[in-house]
Write a protein that binds this ligand. Structure first.
Ligand code: SF4
Ligand code: SF4
Length: 401
């Protein structure tokens, strides 16, 4: 019970949910999805006016041949960050999108807005942008984001707003914004209020609460471009744990997890869920190989049916304890101020993505890590999903500190 936040019993419940909905479900997706060539689908990224492919590329884990193939397929939005692979990911993107390709592709990078857990100055953020441009081998990016903001104060921070002004005036960034994995609703509403943001990139998947959907709709109405990320994160988390449960007990009947519709994977359905929302301009799923690229690419232009949505809702309910959505509702419940969503996201990078360096970097960047949990006899912090937090947090600390 300590380390396994989703037990085999819970998986079996998921399997039962799948079976129950699957029994009801006609081939809603299959009927509308021939394996034929996918037509590119574009949407406007808010006030930037940029027409972006709805399925775009999160480059963080993509090797260069995958980035190159995405470009060849017509994907035109490439997302990276100063911190991905310690800057090497920007170099990879820069190598692939060199020369004429740069003119047709849009690049987004992200800079840290804290240094040693203190707010960065505008000059430090400019230095981050300039370092990124050098690695990307380009004079400008189409979008620069402050990376992983989680509060209204960070969005309204004067240094960030000063950085945005300098980045635009110097021509080093055409548009500006922020990314958020935690407390996303508050961040998006603050970005709307500020008026200084062109784009917000946010965690957005079938597990999110209604208030985040409402905030995204409001932001779109206000002219912000909304980019979805972590669209398939709950699925990755679930499948990893599912595989581990199967390996631990290979003789038991395997719970059913794959999406039951013919020819469709749960990953595709999850991506479709995000793109079905008109507030979302595009999504940037990470793609490790050609198989994932082809699978995600084929989602463009497709829509979910009613029963598919019901199935995803059941998955969300069945796995709510395993996946931290970053909703931020646990804020203020730990007397030691442990940054619970940051710690849980770090563990997800390790367990679900297999990205040790990113997991460690994310853990170390958390405002307060989980060290205090070891001294705590009784955890009073509260997750909205009633998760026993202490075992998860102490385990993450032991592997990532
Ligand atoms: S165990 Fe719970 S209450 Fe104690 S420090 Fe950790 S999160 Fe906070
Ligand atoms: S730990 Fe629970 S309450 Fe906190 S952000 Fe994650 S899902 Fe929300």
């Amino acid at each position: 019970m300590q380390k396994r936040d989703v037990s085999r019993r819970e998986f079996l419940k998921v399997g039962a949910a799948v079976a129950a909905v699957g029994a009801l479900a006609p081939r809603v997706l299959a009927a509308e999805t021939p394996a034929a060539k996918t037509a590119l689908e574009f949407r406007t990224l808010g006030r930037t006016g940029l027409k972006v492919t709805t399925v775009s590329l999160g480059c963080m884990v993509a090797p260069e041949p995958v980035i190159a193939k995405a470009y060849d397929l017509g994907i035109n939005w490439f997302d990276t960050a100063n911190s991905y692979k310690g800057g090497r990911n920007e170099e990879e993107v820069g190598r692939v999108l060199a020369g004429d390709k740069r003119k047709k592709a849009c690049i987004c990078t992200k800079v840290r807005h804290t240094v040693n857990r203190q707010p960065a100055t505008a000059d430090q953020m400019m230095a981050g942008l300039e370092g990124g441009l050098k690695r990307l081998n380009t004079d400008y990016v189409d979008l620069v984001l402050t990376h992983a903001t989680s509060s209204r104060e960070q969005v309204m921070n004067d240094a960030a707003l000063d950085f945005f002004r300098k980045a635009k005036e110097s021509g080093k960034a055409r548009f500006v914004g922020t990314s958020t994995h935690q407390n996303m609703t508050q961040v998006i509403l603050a970005a709307v209020e500020s008026g200084a943001y062109d784009v917000v990139m946010t965690t957005y998947n079938y597990t999110i609460a209604a208030d985040l959907r409402a905030a995204a709709a409001k932001a779109k109405e206000a002219g912000l471009g909304i980019i979805a990320m972590k669209t398939q994160a709950p699925v990755v988390e679930l499948m990893k744990k599912h595989d581990a449960a199967k390996a631990a007990n290979p003789d038991a009947p395997a719970p059913r997890l794959p999406f039951p519709h013919e020819g469709y994977a749960l990953q595709e359905a999850a991506l479709k869920w995000a793109l079905d929302d008109p507030a979302i301009a595009c999504a940037v799923p990470g793609m490790r190989d050609f198989g994932q690229l082809d699978q995600n690419f084929a989602v463009m232009g497709k829509r979910l049916g009613y029963l598919d949505r019901r199935l995803l809702e059941r998955y969300a309910a069945a796995t709510a304890r395993a996946y931290c959505s970053g909703c931020g509702r646990c804020a203020g419940t730990c007397p030691d101020g442990v940054s619970i969503p940051d710690v849980r996201r770090s563990a997800m990078y390790l367990d679900a993505y297999g990205e040790t360096k990113i997991a460690r970097d994310t853990y170390r960047a958390a405002s307060v890590g989980a060290a205090p949990c070891a001294r705590c006899e009784h955890c009073v912090a509260q997750c909205v999903n009633d998760v026993a937090l202490r075992p998860i947090l102490t385990d993450a600390h032991s592997r990532l500190a």
